[in-house]
Design a protein around this ligand. Structure first.
Ligand SMILES: Nc1nc2c(c(=O)[nH]1)N[C@H]1C(S)=C(S)[C@@H](COP(=O)(O)O)O[C@H]1N2
Ligand SMILES: [Mo]
Length: 401
């Protein structure tokens, strides 16, 4: 069969008897195309998120559109979640290949199998840990952010290699009709070992209960169900059916979920003390009380809180423009500003530069009420088009340089 030799190298001697005629290159290629698009979007939006998380000093993140990070991170989590059912259907559609014999038929075939092994193992770890991360659950000792990024490079590299090596099959599969016989995956009945096992009357191959089109429809339904029940964490109208969306905006005080409570941060006493002051350091240092802040807090803004873990919600804020605080300390829109929390540690401070200095707010009020202690009372940073993790809560000082 020349086309087979051309596409797949030497033909395997033995084919698994359990290979269902529902599987075909046309089916696998179609699932693979959607899976590839989802992986691609997930990779690009993931890289964008890393940039937002730690922007390059020569390219500070823009302050508008204010919803951009909310959109790209929502897309990242939605496409990442969508790849889970897609990957499972894709694996189901090809796994009998593992049982073809001989296991390695040429150098190209060996390289192909190795890249597939790396691809599958990386994808399974990446998707599982990524999904657990959206649940705000980190049951492992390593640093999620760096491991997630490292695996993303390995995964996208092995996908590109896999696509490159499989290009002729992909081309054949996408051009092939879904309904017709497949020279790459189907065992001609005459060559099937089962057909020769008992001489005489051999029953024809069983008619599958599900068509290939049926598999595609079932896969699309699985993808749709998973996405629709998880995007409620960011597409707020879908919240009521958010079975898989754990972080729901109705579940937090003042209509906004809380990632870390004041109790967990261990700052309740200091934050609620009457002695609280905001210390501003700069060319002309000064101190503000909460009463001073209230007098100044006349700016209002509609800005979303967008957590890297995938939930986001629009909110109405009132506070002081950061730029005003900076100017009083002798700085200006080009200053580098560091806001510092009462809470020490990883999320205890945030550096604001570039367009964000003019766009960020030091908020005292959320959705028409004084900030709840869990949302950062007495004062927090809120900035547009930035990951939530950079919007430091429970501020104690602002450093202008
Ligand atoms: N000091 C401090 N600020 C913080 C955090 C924190 O753990 N400590 N969590 C951040 C994260 S991850 C997010 S998503 C937002 C969420 O704000 P919220 O809890 O008011 O919704 O706060 C950010 N600010
Ligand atoms: Mo977050």
């Amino acid at each position: 069969m020349p086309i087979l030799e051309r596409l797949n190298g030497p033909r395997p001697e033995r084919w698994p008897a359990f290979n269902s005629p529902v599987r075909s290159t046309a089916l696998t290629a179609r699932i693979g195309r959607v899976l590839g698009i989802c992986f691609g979007i997930c990779f690009v939006t993931g890289m964008l998120s890393y940039y937002q998380y730690a922007p390059w000093s020569w390219l500070p993140e823009p302050a508008s559109p204010v919803w951009l990070y909310r959109f790209t991170q929502g897309l990242h989590v939605a496409t990442g979640t969508a790849t889970i059912p897609l990957l499972l259907v894709k694996l189901w559609s090809v796994y009998p290949n593992l049982f073809r014999w001989p296991a390695v038929r040429s150098l190209k075939h060996a390289a192909e199998r190795l890249s597939v092994f790396v691809l599958i193992s990386t994808a399974l770890v990446q998707l599982t840990t990524g999904y657990l991360n959206t649940l705000n659950w980190y049951p492992w000792p390593w640093d999620f952010v760096s491991v997630h990024r490292f695996l993303a490079y390995v995964l996208i590299g092995s996908i590109l290699l896999h696509v490159g090596l499989k290009l002729p099959d992909i081309k054949y599969g996408l051009e092939a009709d879904l309904a017709t016989a497949d020279v790459l995956t189907e065992i001609p009945w005459s060559e099937n070992p089962l057909a020769h096992s008992n001489a005489g009357d051999v029953p024809p191959p069983p008619t599958p209960a599900l068509s290939r089109r049926g598999v595609l429809v079932a896969g699309a339904a699985g993808l749709g169900a998973v996405v629709v029940t998880s995007v409620g964490q960011t597409v707020t109208p879908l919240e009521p059916i958010g079975l898989l969306a754990v972080r729901q905006w109705t579940k937090g005080p003042q209509g906004v979920p809380v990632n870390k409570t004041a109790d967990q941060a261990g700052i309740i006493a200091e934050a609620s003390s009457g002695d609280w002051r905001l210390h501003v350091a700069g060319r002309t240092p000064y101190v503000l009380t909460l009463a001073d802040l209230d007098e100044l807090a006349q700016a209002e803004a509609q800005l979303p809180v967008t957590c890297v873990e995938g939930w986001s919600v629009g909110a109405h804020w009132r506070g002081i423009p950061l730029l005003e605080v900076v100017r009083r300390a002798g700085g200006d829109a080009s200053s580098r500003v560091r806001v510092v929390s009462l809470e020490q540690g990883l999320y205890g401070n945030s550096v604001v530069v570039g367009p964000q200095v003019s766009a960020a707010l030091l908020a005292t009020h959320l959705n028409g009420e004084r900030l709840n202690l869990d949302h950062g009372y007495p004062l927090r940073l809120i900035s547009p088009n930035r990951p939530g993790v950079l919007n430091t809560k429970w501020l104690t000082s602002v450093e202008v340089t």
